[in-house]
Design a protein around this ligand. Sequence first.
Ligand SMILES: Cc1ncc(COP(=O)(O)O)c(C=O)c1O
Length: 436
Amino acid sequence: MADNKALLARREKNIPRGPFNVIPAFAQKAEGARITDVEGNEYIDFAGGIGVNNVGHAHPEIVRAIQDQAEKFTHTCFHIFMYESYVELAERLNELAPGDFDKMSFFLSSGAEAVENAVKIARYNSERSGIICFQNGFHGRTLLTMSMTSKIKPYKFGFGPFAPEVYRMPFAYCYRCPFGLKHPSCDVACADYLEEFFISYAAPEHTAAIVAEPIQGEGGFITPPPEYFPRLKKIADKYGIKLIIDEVQSGFGRTGKLFAIDHWDVAPDLITTAKSLAAGLPLAAVTGRAELLNAPHVGGLGGTYGGNPVACRAALAVLDILQNDGLLKRGQELGEKLGKKLLKLQDEFEIIGEVRGKGAMLGMELVKDREKKTPATEETKKLISRCHENGLILLACGNFGNVLRTLMPLTISDEDLDRGLNILRDGLLHITENSA
Ligand SMILES: Cc1ncc(COP(=O)(O)O)c(C=O)c1O
């Protein structure tokens, strides 16, 4: 039987280093919130394949849906020969997405592709080209979405020139307020800044869309205050600019609501989803105002694999699990429990500068000292590798790589959660003792 070392040697010889790897091991099987490698080592999964496995690995209903569909047909291409699951999934997303207006949805294969298509739709409808996105934002690795992404290394470095007509605003990063203000006395000046941004950087008459993550994922689980998105939407509406909310990482129950933007009670014009939408099968969606989605001409939108029938069936099963099995409620409970534990760790460890997020999408920003907030980048790296050695898969994020994020399956058992948190605490002890 292959071992990790031998497989790693084959990987290094045959696959470029660009597609990164976090754990130097190869999966044999995964169930719930556990992954077992080819040598039989077991890991608690706090990463969920980067937020893809909200319903857990190998959920029996997902497996059943995939098997059933695979026996019937795996691909016809929706553009060539249609199937009901695509239509049913669109109906359900249209019903569930925020907004008291007619909606439509269509499907693609990756998060980046969904964001690209949402931008295409906004541009087509407005006959404007400008896109406003945000510092610390992440939207993917294609030319346009890489251009919209904020962090230079590793995402953009050496890959230019970038797509034109992309403008970047500071985000509502309260812990490191770009305006040096404090919430709530700031009165969300970062949202009102949009009016000033129009003067110096991007004319509103030329701006097609504002694209924002409700909680910035790769950027550090940055969670804007309650007034932020309503204010931003109001200004966008004033100028006829579409609000595109990128729910690729924050969506599908992660925050205890189906869409994270529901926490701000805002109805975006367009929403992009992917990741946990189909429990690991490559599926992404653009959902939004029917008149916007329906405007582009026939053939202007689509893709060979978009809305693959196996992926659509998996997504329908995800929705059943989230709605019928009470997984949204479980996500809320998990979030509360997790939040309490992380705040307790913050009391214990000076290095934890802030705990933030919504539901089970929580981040802990590590700093060398709480006063200056110097990012504890090296310490975070050490902590993560210690956790990996002890069988916990944990991911960092943030432009300084100093934010720990929780993306475990919402189905995680209390036992696995506690085990994972104990490993995390050991990691914190390890780095704080070492750095003392
Ligand atoms: C908010 C957000 N948008 C877009 C993407 C890109 O998705 P994909 O990797 O499926 O292209 C990601 C991926 O992490 C993401 O977090």
